[in-house]
Design a protein around this ligand. Structure first.
Ligand code: 2IT
Length: 449
C-alpha cells in the first residue's frame, strides 16, 4: 500500500465516528498521491500523519438564557488545525447539527484554502451546536457573549482570527467582538474578520465569497473559449454566498436562475438580478426563514417543492452554494445526463466523494473544487486583517481589484500544479497540491513537532 493510502486508511480507522472529516481527508490525500510519491522527504518527515492531526482542538461550555428566563447549555468548538504558514484563521458555524466531525472537516479544508490565497493564514474552524433559528436578537447577543467568555483567551490578531460561517454574520461578529473588547480592555479588532465597516470591517467582505467564485468561473470559461454572458447558473441555498454570486453574475451579464432551501427550489427565468430580489433574499435570511417559496410567490417564479435544482434542464452552470454533501451520486448522474458543462463547487464540500469522482470521470464536465472557488471570502478576510494592522481602510475598488487578482492566481496556480505532476487539466487535484505544497514546505522548515 502506498504511503498516502496507508495514512487515509489509518485516519478512517481511528476516526470512524467522524464521517465528514474522513471524507475530506480521503478526498484531499488521494489528490496528493503523485506529489507525495515524488517527494520522499514528505514520508521521511511523516508529513501526512502530521497534517491530518489538528494542532489543538477544544470544546467548551456555553450557557445562555432565553427571553423566557430559562437556561440553555450548548457546546462550543474551536479546532486550530494548522498554523505553519500564519495564525489560525477560519469561520465559526452556529447550526444545530454542528459536531466535532463537521468542525474538523471544515478546519482541514481551511488549511489548503487559506494556503491557496497566498496570504499568511493557518487553518482553523469553530462553532457551536446552537440553533439560531427563531432566536431573538437579545438571545443571539447573550449566546455570543457567553461563547466569547470561553473563547477569548485563545484568540487574537497573531494567534487565531475567527470570522463568520453559516449562522454567523456581521451581527454575531459584532456581539462576539463587543464581548472580546470588554474582556480584554482594548480595541483589538484584528482578532476578528467579517466585522461591520463602522468598526474596522472591509468593504466588499460580505460579497467577497460570491464575487470570488464568479471570478474563478470566468477563468474556467476563458480557458474553454466560452463567455459568461447569457449563462444560466443554478445555485443552491439563498445565503450570503449565493447572494454574492447573484450580484456579480448580474453585473457580468449572466443570470442565477435557481435558489433553494431544504424544502425545494425556485426557478426564476429572469435571474435573481434586481436590487429588489437581492434585498428580498437577504431579508428572508435575516428572518431565519427557510421558506424560499415566498420568493416564487412574490416574483412569479416557478417553485419545485421537495426537489433540488440540479435536475433542471434549463441551466448551463451548476454552482452548489449551500451545505456539505448537497450533491450525491444520483444528482451527479442527472447533471451529467443534462450535459451540464461546468460544475463549480462553492459551498464547503458540497459533493459526496462518490459523486465527485463520478463527475471528474465524466467526459465533457469541468469540475472546480470549493476550496479554490470559495477562497475569495477568506482572502478578503486577510485583506481586512491587513487594513486593521495598517489602521486604514481600502476603497471598495481596491479591495475588489485585489480579490480579483488573488482569484486569478488561485486558478492559475491550481492549473499549473496539476500540470507539473502530469495530471492534465485537473482543477481539483491542482488546488489540493498547490495548497499542500506551501504548508508542507513550511512544516518541514520548522522542524518536527
Ligand atoms: O469557509 C470559509 O472560508 C469561511 N467561512 C470564511 C473564513 C474567514 O476566516 O473569513
Amino acid at each position: 500500500m502506498s504511503y498516502t493510502k496507508s495514512v487515509i486508511e489509518s485516519v478512517k480507522k481511528r476516526y470512524s465516528n467522524q464521517p465528514e472529516f474522513c471524507q475530506t481527508v480521503e478526498e484531499v490525500l488521494s489528490s496528493l498521491e503523485k506529489c507525495v510519491d515524488s517527494h520522499p522527504e514528505y514520508e521521511k518527515n511523516a508529513l501526512l500523519e502530521r497534517i491530518v492531526e489538528p494542532e489543538r482542538t477544544f470544546t467548551f461550555k456555553v450557557v445562555w438564557q432565553s427571553d423566557d428566563g430559562r437556561y440553555h447549555v450548548n457546546t462550543g468548538y474551536r479546532c486550530q488545525f494548522n498554523g505553519a504558514i500564519g495564525p489560525y484563521k477560519g469561520g465559526l458555524r452556529f447550526q444545530k447539527n454542528v459536531n466535532l466531525s463537521i468542525i474538523k472537516f471544515l478546519g482541514f479544508e481551511q488549511i489548503f484554502k487559506n494556503s491557496l490565497t497566498g496570504l499568511p493564514m493557518g487553518g482553523a474552524k469553530g462553532g457551536s451546536d446552537f440553533d439560531p433559528e427563531g432566536k431573538s436578537d437579545a438571545e443571539i447577543m447573550r449566546f455570543c457573549q457567553s461563547f466569547m467568555d470561553a473563547l477569548y483567551r485563545y484568540i487574537g490578531p497573531d494567534t487565531d482570527i475567527p470570522a463568520g460561517d453559516m449562522g454567523v454574520g456581521s451581527r454575531e461578529i459584532g456581539y462576539l467582538f463587543g464581548e472580546y473588547r470588554r474582556l480584554k480592555g482594548n480595541f483589538e479588532n484584528g482578532a476578528f474578520t467579517g466585522k461591520d465597516y463602522s468598526y474596522g470591517g472591509s468593504l466588499i467582505r460580505p460579497e467577497a465569497t460570491g464575487y470570488g467564485a464568479v471570478y474563478y468561473l470566468q477563468n474556467v470559461l476563458k480557458d474553454c473559449g466560452d463567455d459568461i454572458k447569457g449563462k444560466r447558473i443554478a445555485c443552491s441555498g439563498f445565503g450570503n454566498v449565493t447572494w454574492g454570486v447573484c450580484k456579480k453574475a448580474a453585473q457580468l451579464g449572466a443570470k442565477v436562475v435557481t435558489l433553494s432551501s431544504v424544502n425545494g427550489y425556485v426557478y426564476d427565468k429572469d435571474g435573481v438580478a434586481t436590487d429588489e430580489k437581492l434585498q428580498f433574499i437577504l431579508d428572508l435570511r435575516k428572518k431565519g426563514s427557510v421558506d424560499i417559496e415566498k420568493y416564487a410567490e412574490k416574483f412569479g417564479a416557478e417553485y419545485h417543492p421537495g426537489e433540488k435544482p440540479w435536475s433542471d434542464k434549463n441551466i448551463d452552470i451548476v454552482m452548489p452554494s449551500a451545505v456539505q454533501n448537497d450533491v450525491n451520486l444520483e444528482s451527479a448522474k442527472k447533471i451529467a445526463a443534462n450535459k451540464i458543462k461546468y460544475y463549480i463547487e462553492v459551498a464547503n464540500m458540497p459533493t459526496t466523494n462518490d459523486a465527485l469522482a463520478y463527475l471528474r470521470n465524466t467526459d465533457g464536465i469541468i469540475v472546480a473544487p470549493s476550496k479554490a472557488v470559495n477562497a475569495g471570502g477568506v482572502a478578503t478576510s486577510g485583506i481586512e486583517m491587513s487594513q486593521n494592522s495598517e489602521r486604514l481602510s481600502w476603497t471598495a475598488e481596491e479591495v475588489d481589484k485585489h480579490l480579483h487578482g488573488i482569484m486569478n492566481n488561485i486558478y492559475n496556480n491550481s492549473k499549473d500544479a496539476a500540470e507539473r505532476y502530469g495530471l492534465g487539466y485537473d482543477l481539483v487535484a491542482g488546488a489540493n497540491i498547490a495548497g499542500f505544497e506551501r504548508v508542507a514546505d513550511a512544516m518541514i522548515r520548522q522542524g518536527i513537532f
